[in-house]
Design a protein around this ligand. Structure first.
Ligand code: PAF
Length: 279
């Protein structure tokens, strides 16, 4: 595995003329890798000749009061894990390398970004689309891998790729969980011991919601009961619990093929998200 910090160097390595038909899979991450990221890399390895993983804690997607500074980082550990998962090029640019200039041009997602995390993190998905477009242009991947834990991010990126004819195929990868059901997340290390014990209540609540959905209960009642389960079984504070059509992220319409029951919960220093797709 090669570690690359320069955009120009990576572009030279991945030049279409040099590739001679070899396929490239991109796994964008913010580092502090866990099994969820490694599942993305392993899937990319199965489907492509070359795997590029990026590690970049992207300041553009953090709000001023958010955890950009305290976001966990450990590049040495990440490099070993990435290599073990079959990554060929580990791209670790600095902020100056990624954002040397700012001409003020903004990429604004549409209505999908007004729901869920978009409502409580204004500008977050603008920053995600900005970095993702840069990564697509730098790597020119045949396939790009995103986890279902960030289901809203995935839905918005799929729309971006479709509407702007971006030349990559988006691959959805299922959420990887701890044994007790907690979704793997780099932020889990910031939970206190007690919070870590309580956090599986999120998954249990979503499963309860899935049962109520299967029984045909209305969206409002499901959202209420899921929120009550989380607050009754943890010290977490609800940011949102929402049942929406997926991937549109509009008010749940029973005629839509899939729905998402998603939630975000604040613990003292950590905000966790999770979701379940309902068919
Ligand atoms: O999901 C993430 O870790 C980030 O939002 C991403 C896609 C790497 C963009 O910074």
């Amino acid at each position: 595995m090669e570690i690359i910090h320069s955009i120009k160097e990576l572009q030279q390595k991945l030049d279409r003329n040099e590739r001679a038909g070899r396929t490239v899979g991109l796994v964008p991450t913010m580092g502090f890798l866990h099994e969820g990221h490694l599942a993305l890399a392993k899937q990319a390895k199965k489907q492509n000749d070359t795997v590029v993983m990026s590690i970049f804690v992207n300041p553009a997607q953090f709000g001023p009061e958010e955890d950009f500074e305290s976001y966990p980082r450990d590049i040495d550990r990440d490099a070993k894990l990435a290599e073990s998962a079959g990554v060929d090029y580990l791209f670790i640019p600095s902020v100056e390398e990624m954002y040397p200039t700012d001409g003020g041009i903004r990429i604004l997602p549409g209505a999908q970004a007004t729901a869920l995390c978009g409502a409580s993190r204004p500008g977050h998905f603008d920053g995600v689309l900005k970095v993702v477009l840069k990564l697509f242009n730098i790597v020119d991947p045949d396939r790009s891998y995103f986890g279902m834990k960030d289901a809203q991010q995935l839905a918005i990126i799929e729309t971006f790729v479709r509407d702007f004819n971006l030349r990559t195929n988006i691959v959805r990868v299922p959420t990887v969980r701890e044994e007790d059901g907690l979704a793997k997340s780099s932020r889990n290390v910031n939970l206190s011991e007690t919070e870590r014990q309580e956090a599986p209540a999120i998954r249990q609540a979503l499963e309860l919601g899935a049962e109520l959905f299967a029984e045909g209960k209305p969206a409002g009642e499901i959202e209420e009961k899921v929120a009550a389960y989380i607050t009754g079984n943890s010290t977490g504070r609800i940011d949102y619990v929402s049942l929406l059509s997926y991937p549109e992220l509009t008010e749940y319409d029973p005629s839509s093929e899939e729905a998402i029951l998603a939630c975000a919960v604040h613990f003292e220093k950590t905000r966790l998200i999770d979701n379940i797709i309902l068919k």
